[in-house]
Design a protein around this ligand. Structure first.
Ligand SMILES: *Cc1c(COP(=O)(O)O)cnc(C)c1O
Length: 455
C-alpha cells in the first residue's frame, strides 16, 4: 500500500485565531480591498509568465467571463433540473472526442481539471481489472519519470502502486525501460502528449502495441496538449499519432482550462467506448436522500465552468483555435531558436509544439531564474535536470524579442558569477534537487504546505 502522507507532520500550536467580521463590509469597500490584494499577484495579463495561465487575450477572457456568470449559481449535479448544462457537457465531450480521434462509440465526461480526469481514468482502469481480472490483487500503474505527479497522486488515493521508469536522452518514455517494469500486476500505463516538464510526446504508437500485447490499459495524458497538438499538427504535420486513433489507447484526458482557453475548473476524460467509461461512475441506491449517482469526484459542480467551456469552444471553433495555435507556435519556434543561440543556454530534448524547457551546461539555472525576476519575468523552476519551464501562450507573440534580450543579458550576467554569489533562493532550489534522500525532500514539501496554508 502507498505510504501515509504527513506522518511526520509537526504540531502547530498557538495558531492565530480569526473570526468573521461581526457586521459585514459593504460590497464596494470589499471589492476595493480585493483589488488592492490582487495587485500583489503576478501580472499575467501582460504575459510575463510562462506557466499557470494560458493567455489568449482579453476578448476570449470576456466570453468566458460572461458565459461563466450566466451559470454562476447553477449546479452541474442536477441533470434533470439543469438539462442545459448536461447538454453543454455532452456536446463538449462529443466535440473533443472527434478532435482527439474518437469514433461514434467514444464516451466521456467533464471534470474539474486534469487531476480529476486522471483520477477518474485510474479509477475506471482499476475497477475494470477488478471486474475482468480479479486474480490481480496488487495492481500496478507504470509511468515514465516525466508523467505528471497527478498520476502518483491518483495511485496514492486509490491504493495502486505506481512504478516509475526512466526516459531516454530526448526525455521521451524509454521503451526498453518500460518493458522491464511491466509485471503480471501491471494494469495501466501512461503516455504524455506532451509531457509537462519538457514538452515532448512519448512514443504512443509503440506503447499502444505493448498495451495490446500485454493487455494493459493505456491512457494518454493530453491534459496539456489536447487543445494544441491537433492544431500544431495541422500546421507542421510533424506530431506523431497520439490520440484515440492509436490502437491500444483506452482513454485520453484533455484540459479545456489549458490550451482550450476556458477559465479554470474544466477538463475532459474520454474513453474508447461507454463500457469502459461505466467503470468511472459511482452510484448508490440505498441512501435515505434518494438514489445518488455521479460521473466523477465532485458532487455539486459549478455550472459556470461547464458553460464557459462550451461557450469558448463554440466561440473559437476550429479556425479560432488554429489561429491561436499558429500564433503560439510561431512564438515558441522563435523562442526555441533564440534560446539555442544564446551562449550557455539550450532547449532540452526536441519539443515540437509550444512547451519546452531551458537548461544550461554551465550556468546555475535557478540563479538565472531569480535574476530574470528582477527584470519582471516570472519563471518556474524545474529540476532533474535543472531547467526553466516555458509554456508559450498566443499572447507571448508580442514579447518574444524582449524576452530573448533579457535571457541573453541575464545569461551573460550569471556566467560572470562565482559560486558564492548565488542567492539563497537559488541555493535552496539546487539543494532540494540534489538531496540524495528524496524522502526528506518530500517531507520538506509537506511541511511547507502546513507552513503556508495557515494564517
Ligand atoms: C496540468 C497537467 C495535469 C494536471 O492538470 P490540473 O488541471 O492541474 O489538475 C496533468 N497532466 C499534464 C501533462 C499536465 O500538464
Amino acid at each position: 500500500m502507498p505510504e501515509v502522507e504527513g506522518e511526520h507532520q509537526k504540531e502547530y500550536l498557538n495558531m492565530p485565531k480569526k473570526t468573521m467580521p461581526k457586521s459585514g463590509m459593504d460590497a464596494k469597500k470589499l471589492l476595493s480591498e480585493m483589488e488592492k490584494r490582487k495587485a500583489q499577484d503576478v501580472d499575467w495579463k501582460h504575459g510575463r509568465m510562462f506557466s499557470l495561465i494560458y493567455n489568449a487575450g482579453p476578448e476570449i477572457e470576456e466570453v468566458g467571463q460572461k458565459a461563466f456568470s450566466l451559470y454562476i449559481m447553477e449546479n452541474g449535479l442536477g441533470p434533470f433540473a439543469f438539462p442545459s448544462l448536461k447538454n453543454f457537457e455532452n456536446e463538449t465531450i462529443a466535440m473533443v472526442a472527434s478532435m482527439l480521434g474518437g469514433d461514434e462509440k467514444a464516451a466521456g465526461n467533464l471534470t474539474s481539471g486534469g487531476s480529476e480526469s486522471i483520477l477518474m481514468s485510474v479509477k475506471a482502469a482499476r475497477d475494470y481489472y477488478r471486474d475482468k481480472h480479479p486474480e490481480i490483487t496488487q495492481p500496478e500503474l507504470v509511468m515514465p519519470d516525466t508523467a505528471h505527479p497527478g498520476w502518483d497522486k491518483a495511485g496514492h488515493y486509490l491504493g495502486i502502486k505506481s512504478v516509475h521508469y526512466p526516459v531516454n536522452d530526448e526525455f521521451e518514455a524509454d521503451l526498453d525501460a518500460l518493458k522491464k517494469v511491466i509485471t503480471p500486476n501491471t494494469i495501466m500505463m501512461i503516455a504524455s502528449a506532451p509531457t509537462y516538464p519538457h514538452g515532448v510526446v512519448d512514443p504512443i504508437d509503440e506503447m499502444g502495441k505493448i498495451a495490446q500485447e500485454k493487455n494493459i490499459w493505456l491512457h494518454v495524458d493530453a491534459c496539456l496538449g489536447g487543445f494544441i497538438l491537433p492544431f500544431v499538427n495541422k500546421i507542421t504535420k510533424n506530431i506523431p499519432p497520439f490520440d484515440l486513433s492509436v490502437p491500444g489507447v483506452n482513454s485520453i484526458s484533455a484540459d479545456i482550462h489549458k490550451y482550450g482557453f476556458a477559465p479554470k475548473g474544466v477538463s475532459t476524460v474520454i474513453y474508447r467506448n461507454a463500457n469502459l467509461r461505466r467503470y468511472q461512475f459511482f452510484a448508490t441506491a440505498d441512501w435515505p436522500g434518494g438514489v445518488y449517482a455521479t460521473t466523477a469526484v465532485a458532487g455539486a459542480r459549478n455550472g459556470g465552468a461547464i458553460a464557459a467551456a462550451w461557450a469558448i469552444i463554440n466561440h473559437l471553433g476550429e479556425e479560432g483555435y488554429l489561429k491561436l495555435s499558429r500564433q503560439a507556435l510561431e512564438a515558441a519556434e522563435r523562442l526555441k531558436q533564440g534560446v539555442n543561440k544564446i551562449e550557455h543556454l539550450k532547449v532540452l530534448g526536441n519539443p515540437k509544439a509550444t512547451i519546452f524547457a531551458i537548461g544550461s551546461d554551465k550556468l546555475n539555472i535557478f540563479e538565472f531564474a531569480e535574476r530574470m525576476k528582477t527584470r519582471h519575468w516570472y519563471l518556474e523552476n524545474q529540476h532533474l535536470p535543472p531547467s526553466i519551464h516555458i509554456t508559450v501562450s498566443p499572447y507571448h507573440a508580442k514579447l518574444v524579442d524582449e524576452f530573448l534580450g533579457d535571457l541573453k543579458d541575464t545569461a551573460a550576467e550569471v556566467a560572470k558569477l562565482d559560486a558564492k554569489d548565488v542567492s539563497q533562493m537559488a541555493a535552496m532550489y539546487g539543494m532540494i534537487g540534489n538531496m540524495p534522500d528524496r524522502k526528506t525532500a518530500k517531507e520538506m514539501a509537506l511541511n511547507f504546505l502546513s507552513d503556508i496554508y495557515k494564517l
